[in-house]
Design a protein around this ligand. Structure first.
Ligand SMILES: C=C(O[C@@H]1C=C(C(=O)O)C=C[C@H]1O)C(=O)O
Length: 287
């Protein structure tokens, strides 16, 4: 990588390649709002890796990934992928009721960071269930079995894959992890944050401000046009318009003090259960 001049002029901006980012990016991608940067789409695990390896200046990342890298980046205000209760696109799909998953195999999505930790926290601290986890390879079915092992009893999915399965979940028990977290803690769940590299923010504060304002303005447009977003999302995914309209109503992209409190609580559990080497400082970039 590493043409620093080019990155300064045209920074690389990461976007989750799921419908969950449409409310933030639609107006930008239509060209109604423009930002001086190059948008790169990837699944969350890819964006988390790219941030860590210095391939992105500003990006959406798993909230757990920020906690790993808080010394190198700052949180952008007013942006997140969150829910207060049901989220619809982070789900455990199970052939058995969750309390019967003791000792069973659970397949984990390879695309996530936050939701894997969240599932583990919920099973351990909320349900008191110990299961065997394994991460399935990218691109295979939810029910892919490890060679020599039985088919998993349950599978964790995120993003569009989760929406698709939740929509055709006949015969499966569906546990929406946003809803389960809310039942457990009474708090919102922050799945993803937008972050900026500290070095880039230090050197190019005006550029960060223009990009951040563009993202926030685009999100504002999205929030005021949920029907248009649901129509576009339905065209892209083939999922029913009504499901997507409900989805964009429950999915939140703000980062209010209430959501920051939910984030802190998540970090407390994640730290306590060994998902984080140190307790992160929640540091927010100021325009
Ligand atoms: C709500 C969602 O939150 C996501 C979950 C993430 C994770 O588990 O690491 C990261 C980014 C978001 O895509 C979703 O996937 O739809």
């Amino acid at each position: 990588m590493g043409n620093e001049k080019a990155e300064a002029i045209f920074p690389r901006i990461g976007r989750v390649a799921y419908l969950n980012c449409l409310p933030v990016f639609y107006a930008l991608e239509q060209g109604w709002i423009s930002i001086p940067g190059h948008v790169v789409a990837g699944h969350p695990a890819e964006l988390n890796r790219a941030l860590a390896e210095g391939e992105l200046e500003i990006t959406a990342v798993s909230s757990l990934a920020y906690a790993y890298h808080f010394e190198q980046c700052l949180i952008l205000p007013d942006l997140s992928i969150s829910s207060l209760g049901q989220v619809k696109s982070v789900a455990l799909l199970s052939k058995l009721p969750v309390k019967e998953l003791e000792g069973k195999y659970i397949s984990l999505t390879p695309y996530s960071s936050t939701s894997v930790a969240l599932l583990s926290i919920l099973l351990k601290s909320f349900y008191g269930v110990k299961a065997h986890f394994f991460t399935r390879p990218a691109g295979v079915s939810l029910w892919w079995a490890k060679p020599g092992c039985k088919e998993p009893a349950a599978a964790l999915a995120i993003g569009d894959e989760a929406l698709l399965w939740v929509n055709k979940s006949q015969g499966l028990f569906v546990y929406d992890l946003g809803e389960e977290w809310h039942r457990f803690t009474g708090q919102p769940m922050v799945f993803a944050l937008w972050v900026v590299k500290r070095s880039f923010a230090r050197e190019y504060p005006e550029k960060v401000e223009v990009i951040w304002r563009g993202l926030v303005d685009s999100k504002k447009w999205g929030k005021e046009h949920l029907k248009e977003l649901a129509l576009q999302a339905s065209r892209l995914s083939g999922l029913p318009f009504s499901l997507l309209l409900e989805y964009f109503h429950v999915l939140q992209h703000d980062l209010t003090p209430k959501y920051l409190e939910g984030l802190r609580t998540f970090y407390q559990y994640a730290y306590r259960e060994g998902w984080l080497p140190t307790f992160p400082q929640i540091e927010i970039w100021q325009p």
